[in-house]
Design a protein around this ligand. Structure first.
Ligand code: ATP
Length: 238
């Protein structure tokens, strides 16, 4: 079963009222891969992730995850199946501490000792969070909140991590730090679908990439090839 894709999206279309945000997109994420979805503002990247994590309903198409058709499942059900979504804009609980936020990320799990151990593991991955564990999340910098959002998603021990725009609004130094962490996660075998506007960083961190333009996939390939592709260079690598 391990050679089946972990995630397969087939012919997915999503509408907002009369506006078609996604048109028949196909996408595959294999076990252990980091796959990035790049594209301009408004191309439909966030819509894709929100549909996969079952926050939005597709008009047409199918989402198969870990061998199951999840097209009609509810968001909380896919969380229980090991899919974690770190949303655009981070959305940590501002009035709770870092520790509380991490514990909440583990709400689908019941083994307290293992949760504690995983919190320590997150603190190793994100030393900035360790130093601030009793600090309220709302007082963290944007970059630290992004780290917390990723760490919180990892607390569910996801089979698949959906990461939406981790670089959004952050200073270059902290963006580099976050992408180094994503590369480390890749080395530990976490499967990631990464949505990013910063195509350069995303392709450097990924195994494969998809280019989304106005709701359609226009290019697919190994990340290294896309980095060299003239169309990608011209449109996204500036
Ligand atoms: P960004 O990086 O700006 O978030 P994106 O690639 O993630 O861009 P989406 O947010 O998925 O793009 O938006 C795709 C299209 O759907 C856009 O044209 C957007 O205006 C539209 N859209 C998104 N959310 C809604 C909504 N709730 N209602 C109506 N239209 C929407």
């Amino acid at each position: 079963a391990t050679d089946l894709p972990l995630l397969e999206v087939r012919g997915l279309s999503v509408n907002y009222g009369g506006i078609q945000a996604l048109q028949e997109i196909n996408l595959v994420v294999n076990q252990g891969e980091v796959v990035t979805l790049i594209g301009a503002n408004g191309a439909g990247k966030t819509t894709t992730l929100r549909t996969i994590s079952r926050i939005l309903n597709p008009r047409h198409g199918q989402i198969v995850y870990a061998g199951r058709d999840i097209t009609r499942r509810k968001a909380h059900e896919v969380v229980a199946l090991g899919m974690a979504h770190s949303p655009e804009g981070r959305r940590v609980l501002a009035k709770q501490t870092i520790l509380d936020n991490l514990e909440l990320g583990a709400y689908v799990r019941s083994h307290a000792a293992a949760v504690k151990q995983d919190i320590e593991q997150q603190f190793q991955l994100f030393p900035r969070l360790a130093e601030r564990r009793y600090q309220l999340a709302g007082t963290l910098s944007g970059g630290e909140q992004q780290m917390l959002a990723i760490a919180r998603a990892l607390m569910s021990r996801p089979k698949l991590l959906l990461l939406d725009e981790p670089s959004l609004g952050l200073a270059p130094a902290i963006v580099r730090e976050i992408f180094n962490i994503i590369k480390n996660l890749r080395n530990t075998g976490v499967t990631i679908l990464l949505v990013e506007q910063n195509a350069h960083l995303a392709l450097q961190a990924a195994d494969r990439g998809y280019v989304l333009e106005a709701g359609q996939i226009t290019l697919i390939g190994p990340a290294q090839d896309l980095l060299q592709d003239d169309r990608v260079k011209q449109a996204y690598l500036g």
